[in-house]
Design a protein around this ligand. Structure first.
Ligand code: SF4
Length: 211
């Protein structure tokens, strides 16, 4: 598999924010979002076997492992990597951009799926069947780049009942939207979502790599 980096840090997003987590960042992505903060993962990478990844994950000693990217579902061995990690006993999160079919992943993975808003520049990339394949323990993340994105996202939730299927997290694109603005929009609309801030960026300051 083509791997950008494997490291141990504090989970910064999702309902598990604040927990110790090992991150396996896979290289390559099929999208090109306006706010991408992992550009380095789109090209850079080193070939690892699945056994080598599992050995490194073992050395980092966290029961929580996130497979992220880039876009992990682009690599055909990702489902097998997840299965092997699950069999060892890890809790496995898979962060995906929503454009590829999540049904290829083992049922026991927790899927954290983006639904791209128009401000991302990738809104038409979504794989529509993914909504019906969400389970209660999965999560959806929508990055909000402005009030238009916010209104679009709330309408999308109600049109597709996403919030009835799993937890939905709205996270501000911090270049365009402050946490305060997003909090006020959520409160005013009584939106059925959680406010998510990227706490790893608060802890280490901005786009610091490998944390
Ligand atoms: S899907 Fe994620 S990794 Fe890919 S371009 Fe968009 S933000 Fe970057």
């Amino acid at each position: 598999m083509k791997i950008c980096e494997i490291y141990r840090s504090i989970q910064g997003e999702s309902t598990r924010a604040g927990m110790i987590c090992t991150f396996v960042r896979l290289s390559g992505c099929n999208l090109s979002c306006t706010y991408c903060d992992t550009q380095y993962a789109l090209q850079e990478g080193t070939e690892y076997s699945i056994d080598e990844i599992i050995e490194r994950v073992g050395e980092l000693d966290s029961s929580l492992v996130e497979i992220t990217g880039g876009e992990p579902l682009q690599q055909e061995e990702t489902p097998l990597l997840c299965r092997k990690l699950l069999n060892i006993g890890y809790t496995v999160l898979v962060e995906t951009n929503g454009s590829l079919n999540i049904a290829i992943l083992p049922q026991d993975c927790v899927i954290i799926m983006d639904i791209k808003c128009p401000g991302s520049g990738s809104a038409d990339s979504f794989y529509p069947d993914n909504i019906s394949n969400l389970r209660k323990y999965d999560e959806c993340k929508m990055v909000i780049s402005g009030k238009d994105d916010f209104d679009w996202a709330v309408k999308y939730l109600y049109d597709h009942n996403v919030h009835e299927k799993c937890t939905v997290i709205f996270s501000p694109n911090r270049k365009n939207v402050s946490p305060k603005d997003l909090a006020e929009w959520i409160l005013k609309a009584n939106a059925p979502v959680r406010l998510g801030l990227q706490i790893h960026k608060i802890i280490w300051g901005g786009d610091v790599r490998g944390v």
